[in-house]
Design a protein around this ligand. Structure first.
Ligand SMILES: Cc1cc2nc3c(=O)[nH]c(=O)nc-3n(C[C@H](O)[C@H](O)[C@H](O)COP(=O)(O)O)c2cc1C
Length: 242
């Protein structure tokens, strides 16, 4: 592993000019973005001469390379608790929502749900030696969330879960309570005993949608670092010192 040179002053200085482009989710096909001269152009490959690639494009390759790695979709989710202290835990990345948000799932009884909605997710790709840090706001979508599309997405996610994963949402014991060794009456696989059908979505099941506002990318193989920042509906990307 190559050493990463850290310099706060240097990190602030941009090596190349900033490029801006529309959010990936709203511009699925060929993208146009403001060229350095202010001209609008369309590119089939998003990589510029300085190696800057919009994060949403780049991560497709990173995910593909780590697809077969066990744990390749585990990410670290950091939030801040009511005392202002940092909290971090592993969660499973469950894909991108149609609007580009990162999807996770969790239990409404877990601590994170009470904590800051401003979060950071850190994702290490061991195959390609890349780190992505997503900062943004995390929305927890339950049954009463005021957006029908998101509620539908939650329902769809519930149906797509493995039986094992589904079962956990029927655990009756309070998280972090004293250990309870008594077996609980949990419907096997989160399914109805008689029909085997998936049970309706329980209230405690939450879909988490992280809308990133900045993505800090670092590749250790050549100490390449890039900052993508969203502002007023558009992303800007620039190479920075690592
Ligand atoms: C590999 C792994 C994957 C996990 N995936 C999830 C997940 O997708 N969602 C989740 O809420 N917790 C997941 N957990 C459990 C969390 O790390 C954490 O213990 C739990 O969510 C309670 O955290 P909290 O009390 O800070 O909310 C996972 C743990 C591990 C080790």
């Amino acid at each position: 592993m190559q050493a990463v040179r850290l310099s706060l002053v240097a990190a602030a200085s941009l090596v190349r000019g900033t490029r801006s482009f529309a959010p990936a989710s709203r511009n699925a096909g060929a993208r146009s973005f403001a060229a350095p001269a202010g001209r609008s152009r369309t590119m089939s490959s998003m990589e510029d001469a300085g190696g800057v690639v919009p994060w949403r494009e780049r991560i497709v390759g990173s995910i593909a390379k780590s697809r077969k790695i066990r744990g390749g979709n585990y990410v670290q989710l950091a939030s801040v608790d009511e005392s202002g202290l940092p909290r971090v835990r592993t969660v499973v990345f469950r894909g991108f929502a149609p609007d580009g948000c990162l999807k996770i799932i969790t239990d409404a009884r877990s601590q994170k749900v009470q904590q800051s909605k401003h979060v950071e997710v850190c994702w290490w790709f061991s195959q390609s030696s890349e780190q992505y840090r997503f900062a943004g706001e995390l929305a927890y979508v339950g049954a009463d969330y005021p957006d029908a599309d998101r509620v539908a997405l939650r329902k769809q996610m519930w149906g797509n879960l493995s039986d094992n994963a589904r079962e956990q949402f029927f655990w009756a014991h309070p998280p972090r309570g004293a250990f309870d060794a008594e077996p609980e009456d949990v419907p096997k696989g989160g399914r109805a005993e008689d029909t085997g059908n998936v049970l309706p979505v329980p209230d405690v099941f939450l879909l988490g949608l992280l809308e990133p506002t900045s993505v800090d990318y670092l590749r250790l193989t050549d100490n390449f670092r890039q900052m993508d920042t969203a502002a007023e509906g558009a992303w800007a990307a620039a190479r920075v010192n690592p």
